[in-house]
Design a protein around this ligand. Structure first.
Ligand code: URA
Length: 220
């Protein structure tokens, strides 16, 4: 089973490396399928690779990545203990925003990665990955508020993009408070998965939590 999952993730990475579903692969140095623990409890999803990610074939290895690594350490996690990826797996030229058709072309790879890893929490970094789960959400209003879904039990957790926080240091404290809540959200998902009654032992991770059926969340 362990080897199956590793092999299946490798197969997705190989497909991404050969992908021509959208023009983004043109002119890139490396595909950036994602990296981390195939059994991670948390998946972080960013926007798309930048210059350094394209050079190395790894997600979040530039300045934003250094900050993400710092944030993970705040909750005693190393990068290798989570899975980090993006909504598009090749670098958009000049770091422009990924376009809707590019995100759609790449969607199946991300869906497959998530289905294999079966994380407890999907933490979105910035508005493009947030839009998969919160199509009408405004990051400034919904960051730090987990949304729990059932079948499978999972939490979607919208976070600011690390680059946005680096650009606006006023967001730093908020971002770090949001990150600090991740362990309790993982614990809440585990509790719900193990069948215990989430309402019986006090407040869950957020007073705004509610269950969403999976179909409603697969809008993007
Ligand atoms: N920004 C992203 O959204 N993803 C990366 O991998 C790096 C920077």
């Amino acid at each position: 089973m362990t080897d199956d999952r590793v092999a299946a993730l490798k197969k997705i990475a190989d497909e991404i490396a050969a992908c021509t579903r959208c023009p983004l692969y043109n002119g890139t140095t490396h595909p950036v399928p994602g990296a981390g623990d195939p059994f991670a409890e948390i998946i972080f999803i960013g926007e798309g690779p930048g210059y350094y990610e394209d050079q190395q074939g790894l997600p979040f290895v530039g300045r934003s990545g250094d900050y993400l690594t710092y944030l993970l350490k705040l909750i005693d996690l190393e990068r290798e203990q989570v899975f980090i990826t993006n909504v598009v797996k090749h670098r958009p030229p000049n770091n422009r925003d990924p376009q809707p058709d590019e995100i759609i072309a790449c969607k199946g790879y991300l869906d497959d990665q998530i289905a294999l890893i079966q994380p407890a929490v999907i933490a979105t970094l910035g508005r493009f990955s947030m839009a998969r789960y919160f199509p009408d959400g405004k990051i400034s209003q919904i960051h730090g508020q987990p949304k729990y879904a059932s079948e499978p039990v999972i939490a979607y957790y919208p976070l600011f993009h690390p680059a946005a926080v680096l650009r606006n240091p006023n967001l730093r404290r908020t971002m770090e408070e949001d990150i600090h809540r991740l362990p309790e959200i993982v614990a809440e998902v585990k509790k719900r998965r193990s069948g215990s009654n989430p309402g019986s032992s006090g407040k869950p991770a957020s007073s705004k939590d509610d269950d969403l059926p999976m179909q409603q969340l697969k809008l993007f």
